[in-house]
Design a protein around this ligand. Structure first.
Ligand code: F6P
Length: 522
């Protein structure tokens, strides 16, 4: 049975939420914080993860009405349909089973009546054995030398996920140097090539369709460069592919044994858990890759089995809807307080905006309410010296996720204490601000009394700006898997609530078609 088709704005819960919003829209986080148990009441703990959503413009009633909305649109049923492999990507006629890729349970998941778990396990074994051979140096290049560099050639979901994870897990990296080529801009590939030795480089061509213009163009350029030093008989030692399109891979000249599978039931932007993640396994080793999958699986189980009012992805999705659809906020910031996660905002831009940037509902009708949020961000503390001025004192309401870690990886405690002091201080400043009275006193005691009338309005922080603290013990492959899966489930939850199809991306097609036409005219 297909997903239900319910316009959220026509539900009883929406009407109640509208009334609740009209009555409470001026509530202030500072006032809400007068309740001593506020933090505790609006926090969820899940093993090594604590999500504190107390600094939001919400009351218990807001959450209960938002949960009512999730129930009224039958989110539970939609979650089960996704996990059970129903064709919920209706417009492309596909199941959506990235969750099956990380599942360790024996429970079968059927696609066309066939359990897909065995093929997932076979692919994982192939990834493990191949990664081990390359990392240990048993896999030799055409002159008998071990591999030193790995180049992932892909774009979109075939690039952003692996690139973000490899960057985020740098601390766990082995001796191999990993590069990512994505842009059709020839300068990108040229800059990478100049660092490479063909004798010791492994190229991983990642393309679900194996027709993507950028990827195929880059792969051809690299193959031609490679063939200047080697012969076509050397290709099997240096080129592997991850794809569903075996014929195109074969035409490219890649050996059958060097093809890693992809499946139509895995969407590009949710594919890092499949062989698309091969460059991750090559960079940090298979055990760390498996730990990433395990962390994601823990979040899957939490999402599937936890009541909505304690369910982290659901709560974060509902809060986002609260600001997007009631307060009219258009963007959300993702602000990791670790330099390792500097590529997370880019990755999430594809995951979130390609999924939920839709203007037509599941009925095919034009939508008259807001859907997908614009997501952006950067790492703390750098961004405090860049765009945070606007978030603190600008005219826009920008809810923000602050991602932090209790421990640093290198144990530089002085740095980490300062980092985390900033992490908490930013959220406090956003929520509680600084009043006129406080500014007045501050100027008075700093000896600037004469400047009070001139400076006071500029130094006031109105506060009441929402944030979520997403705090893990430590950045590990396991906790990273959990974090990424959290956002994946938030995306799906929002898509269900907005009554859209989150798993297609027809909006990227027209530009591609027109570019092809223009190219043919040249
Ligand atoms: O940008 C559109 C898109 O289809 C993404 O969804 C996908 O991740 C990317 O292109 C790459 O596609 P492929 O893996 O088929 O090369």
């Amino acid at each position: 049975m297909a997903l239900q088709n319910i316009n959220p704005t026509k539900t009883k819960a929406w009407e109640k939420l509208t009334n609740h919003f009209n009555e409470n829209k001026d509530i202030n986080i500072k006032d809400l914080y007068k309740n001593a148990s506020r933090k505790e009441d609006f926090s969820i703990e899940f093993d090594d993860l604590l999500v504190d959503f107390s600094k939001n413009r919400i009351t218990e009633e807001t959450i209960s009405l938002l949960v009512e909305l999730a129930k009224e649109v039958n989110l539970k049923d939609a979650i089960e349909k996704q996990f059970n492999g129903e064709v919920i990507n209706v417009t492309e006629g596909r199941e959506v089973l990235h969750t099956a890729l990380r599942s360790t349970s024996e429970e079968p998941v059927l696609v066309n009546g066939k359990n897909i778990k065995p093929q997932i396990q076979t692919a994982l074994r192939k990834i493990r054995s191949f990664s081990n051979k390359v990392i240990s140096g048993k896999w030799k290049g055409y002159t008998g030398k071990a591999i030193t560099d790995v180049v992932n050639i892909g774009i979109g979901g075939s690039d952003l996920g692996p690139d973000m994870i490899v960057e985020s897990l740098q601390y766990y990296k082995n001796h191999l140097t990993t590069h990512f080529v994505s842009n059709i801009d020839g300068d990108h590939v040229s800059e990478i090539i100049k660092k490479l030795n063909p004798e010791t480089t492994l190229f991983v061509i990642v393309s679900k369709t194996f027709t993507t213009q950028e990827t195929i163009t880059n792969a051809e350029t690299i193959k031609n460069w490679f063939l200047k030093s080697a012969t076509i008989f050397d290709i099997p030692k240096h080129f592997v592919a991850v794809s569903t399109n075996l014929e195109a891979v074969d035409n490219f000249g890649i050996d059958k044994t060097n093809v890693f599978p992809m499946w139509n039931w895995v969407g590009g932007r949710f594919s890092l858990w499949s062989a698309v993640g091969l460059s991750i396994s090559l960079s940090v080793g298979f055990d760390n890759y498996r730990a990433l999958l395990d962390g994601a699986e823990e979040m899957d189980l939490h999402f599937r089995n936890t009541d909505f009012n304690e369910n982290i992805p659901v709560i974060l999705a509902l809060l986002s809807i609260w600001y997007n659809n009631f307060y009219g906020a258009e963007t959300e910031a993702v602000l990791p307080y670790t330099q390792y996660l500097k590529k997370l905002p880019d990755y999430l831009q594809q995951a979130i905006m390609e999924s939920n940037g839709k203007g037509v509902d599941r009925n095919g009708d034009k939508i008259d309410y807001q859907t997908g949020t614009i997501v952006w961000g950067s790492t703390g503390t750098n961004m405090q010296h860049a765009f945070m001025q606007l978030v603190h004192q600008g005219t826009k309401l920008i809810p923000a996720d602050f991602i932090g870690y209790k421990q640093s990886l290198y144990g530089l405690t002085d740095h980490h204490k300062k980092l985390m002091a900033n992490y908490y201080a930013q959220m406090d400043a956003l929520a509680f601000g600084k009043t006129k009275e406080e500014v007045h006193l501050e100027l008075k005691f700093s000896g600037d009394e004469d400047k009070i009338s001139q400076l006071l309005p500029f130094k006031v922080f109105e506060g009441n700006r929402p944030s979520n603290a997403i705090l893990f013990d430590k950045l590990t492959p396991h906790s990273l898997g959990k974090l990424v899966a959290l956002y994946e489930h938030k995306i799906y939850t929002q898509g269900i609530l907005w009554n859209i199809y989150s798993y297609d991306q027809f909006g990227v097609e027209l530009g591609k078609e027109l570019a092809k036409k223009l190219l043919n005219k040249q």
